[in-house]
Design a binder for this molecule. Sequence first.
Ligand SMILES: [Zn+2]
Length: 287
Amino acid sequence: MKTILAGAALAAVAVAIPVASDAAQIHGSGSATKAAPTALASVNMEAVLKAAQIDPRRADDTLTPGAKSSVLAVEQALQAKGLLDKKWVDGYFGTTTVKAYTEFQKSIGYKGLAANGVPGKSSLAKLGDKRFTVNHALTPGARVTFRGATVNTRTKAMLVKTEQLLGRKLVLEQGSYNPGGDPTSAGTHDGGGVVDISVKGLDAKGKNTLVRTLRTVGFAAWSRTPSQGDWPFHVHAAAINDPDLSSQAQHQTGDYYLGKNGLANGAKDDGPKVNPIQTWEEFQRQS
Ligand SMILES: [Zn+2]
């Protein structure tokens, strides 16, 4: 008897609180019946993006430095939506979390690149509704034409800075958002953040300087040779942390962090090292 009464009382409270809370929000009355707000977790989008590129490529379960609490908050939100099993809620943005994030993006009607498993500003805000706030948010920006190729405004700014540091203009051989445009690129140019740059007239030192400068401003960049694939000499560059990266390009930026060459053979990075590896946003804060 006592138990039944207690249960009924609890049920009444459970119903009453949301009603009072909604009313308070709608009318902005700020009445005493409004539920006390709990502090929301804080998610660093830059850190989550980095983990989403690197963690799926790791051979072990090392966490991406500085990303744990943010990734955990994202994973807890995915778990709450029934998209991620509890055992994967661990601060490691591995392939299972990428898949769960893709499912979340699809569940809110996102398609194609917008459902690439990498958190974008708007999907992250939707996932974090009433759960977490987002700091260090970034967007790829609109698609524009730069040096005859399609890139987004974030990539364009990175290339402009590269030109400034080099003291010359770049010649782009392929831009971004080019699905199926070049079968030899294996899908890396399907999304945003990726360009091929001409090395015509450059000697080994010139190519090295180009790659190092691209890396300095936040690209994963490599000098490619005809011996590596069905392509001429060129430099391939993928903008780290671009939310529009195709999944193949995400793998390349992740591999770059892990000291690899970004090709299917997973060989050692053959380019000039920049230390520490930096994103465009990190480069801007530092310079
Ligand atoms: Zn390329």
